[in-house]
Design a protein around this ligand. Sequence first.
Ligand code: FE2
Length: 143
Amino acid sequence: MLVQNNLHFDELDGGHTGQEHQIRVLVNMDKKRCRVTTVGPDIEQMYNTYYDEFKLWELDKEDPHSFITGMRDRCIWNEQRWEHFHHPLHYLTCDPGDIWMINANWVSHQIVFGAKLQVFDADVHKEQMLNPEMVLANRIKNL
Ligand SMILES: [Fe+2]
């Protein structure tokens, strides 16, 4: 049973390049208990807020993998221990059977309580997007 984890951005899975969005679809499979999660600031909000304080210009915006990891390590999993109760958070309570979606690479999130979850991933490729310029790699480059 997973009860809790730290605020984080999901890192890109192995073969992904940032020329797609990984959309996560989650289902609370617990038949009795709610699942409680939080969502916090997204990459853009943290980048603009902490650019100077954490020298975010040092991160390689050409490499989405290391950029997302660097943003997490500097802005959340840092020496100040900001993975709990620092950033403004929205708390979401999902009933048994609820389904929700998140762009987990872009939006910080945290499990507060949860026991049984099914996760589905879908890639939305750049050419499938209404506005291809908004693909993850470009969003990072344009920060
Ligand atoms: Fe996650």
